[in-house]
Ligand binder design. Sequence first.
Ligand code: HEC
Ligand code: HEC
Length: 108
Amino acid sequence: MRLFILTLLLTLPLWGQTPVKNVQVLPYKTVEEIKPFMKGMAQSLGMKCRDCHDLNDKALDTKKKRIAREMMKMVRTINGEILPAIPVEDRISCWTCHRGKHEPEERE
Ligand code: HEC
Ligand code: HEC
């Protein structure tokens, strides 16, 4: 009984929520939390969920998903270390470069 209550207390914060399985860079713990972020991110790249994900299991890594994860690390390093050290106040996002496109435009 005691164990039952303990288990209940530990899982209660996740009640009705699905824990993520393979999130290595982003801070989200549940599918419900990560979805709004994914929607915004997909829009800023002009992509659909299926461009990066196997829709049967979004935890599986694909080629595009791996690129996206490295891009997330790049953004994290720029925002967390490089810009604060300059120092400037503004931070970057996927949109800063991609502007709704799969690949950022070059101007040459
Ligand atoms: C540009 C590629 C890309 C697009 C487009 C994208 N995702 Fe993701 N998604 C990722 C990456 C990368 C991760 C893992 C992030 C990490 O490791 O921190 C992820 C993780 C997830 C996860 C967690 C899966 C798990 O259990 O580990 C869910 C759920 C998810 N995405 C849903 C969506 C939905 C819904 C959409 C469309 C609205 C979407 N994603 C669009 C790249 C993408
Ligand atoms: C500093 C600019 C910059 C930022 C910020 C940036 N990207 Fe990129 N991204 C690029 C460039 C440049 C390419 C094209 C590389 C090439 O030539 O194939 C690219 C390509 C990609 C690709 C592959 C596109 C394809 O069709 O093959 C994905 C996926 C991607 N970025 C995801 C992201 C995500 C997700 C973020 C935000 C977390 C992000 N990027 C932020 C510059 C950026």
